[in-house]
Design a protein around this ligand. Structure first.
Ligand SMILES: Cc1cc2nc3c(=O)[nH]c(=O)nc-3n(C[C@H](O)[C@H](O)[C@H](O)COP(=O)(O)O)c2cc1C
Length: 268
């Protein structure tokens, strides 16, 4: 199949494996790239030396194109960008921030830049920033999400109408028929996250993989809308942050709850 996205990345199939903190290391990215899609290393949760190691291992594991996802809300972005350039990565997907911040710098170094958006107004910003393609991510998506709650089926046709850049649809896509629906709505490719999380190559913990597999309709919910909206599985952790937010906890308090819960988990 040849279309604007397969041409842009020089890949066989218009399937992007989403960048996902702590789930998408070099093993998943290289496996997807070797299979003809575009694998992305999720750099968000990585220390800089860890990111360099993942890029090196990915280069050794595949001679096909792959990229790095850089969520701009994390610290160490400057260091991450420096490493990406030094290691000769050819594709960067930025998200959760302003596309203007890094696009020019990356493009000046010959890197293809894609930015993730959740609304048409942000797609226009990407166009102004000079990105090469856009991921339009609907409300169904796992991970961080837009505040507007626009669904993939509503978002994709609107973004398609508004801009002419190559368009990648994301959010709630995990099968061939869902891919076909995204293409019918005007997308040139799909970015898939949750479906890849439970694969053997994903670096997610086995308990998380099992939780994702056993999750049914209605078992996830968008929360933390004041701080930074995120879709969570409705478990004990979800209840703690959701109750804190509903009781009017400040941004600082919510951050403390997240820190406390995640460090508790790390200590288990
Ligand atoms: C566990 C998890 C972690 C994620 N981490 C990131 C991330 O680090 N950066 C990012 O841009 N998007 C992240 N996302 C969103 C994905 O890149 C992708 O757009 C989304 O998963 C697509 O929706 P789907 O899960 O319904 O396929 C994450 C998603 C999941 C499920």
């Amino acid at each position: 199949m040849t279309n604007p996205i397969t041409k842009l990345f020089n890949i066989k199939y218009p399937i992007i494996q989403a960048g996902m903190i702590w789930c998408s290391g070099w093993e998943l990215a290289s496996a997807v790239s070797n299979a003809g899609g575009l694998g992305l290393i999720g750099s968000g949760s990585m220390y800089s030396d860890v990111l360099r190691e993942h890029i090196k291992k990915c280069k050794a594991a595949t001679d096909k194109p792959f990229g790095v996802n850089v969520p701009l809300l994390y610290p160490n972005i400057e260091e991450h960008i420096k490493i990406i350039i030094e290691e000769g990565v050819k594709v960067v997907f930025t998200s959760a921030g302003n596309p203007k911040t890094w696009t020019k710098h990356l493009k000046d170094h010959g890197i293809t830049v894609v930015h993730v958006v959740s609304a048409v107004k942000f797609a226009f910003k990407c166009q102004e920033a000079g990105v090469d393609a856009i991921v339009a991510e609907g409300f169904e998506a796992g991970g961080h999400n837009g505040r507007e709650e626009t669904t993939t089926f509503v978002l994709i046709p609107q973004v398609r109408k508004a801009i002419t850049l190559p368009l990648i649809a994301a959010g709630g896509i995990g099968s061939g028929s869902q891919m076909a629906a995204a293409f019918a709505l005007g997308a040139d490719a799909v970015q898939i996250g949750s479906r890849f999380v439970a694969t053997p190559e994903s670096s997610a913990h086995i308990n998380f993989k099992n939780a994702v597999i056993s999750t049914n309709e209605g078992d996830t919910q968008l929360t933390l809308k004041q701080l930074t909206p995120v879709r969570l599985i409705k478990n004990k952790f979800f209840k703690e942050v959701d109750e804190a937010e509903k009781s009017g906890a400040s941004k600082g308090t919510n951050r403390e709850i997240i820190r406390a819960c995640t460090s508790k988990k790390r200590n288990v």
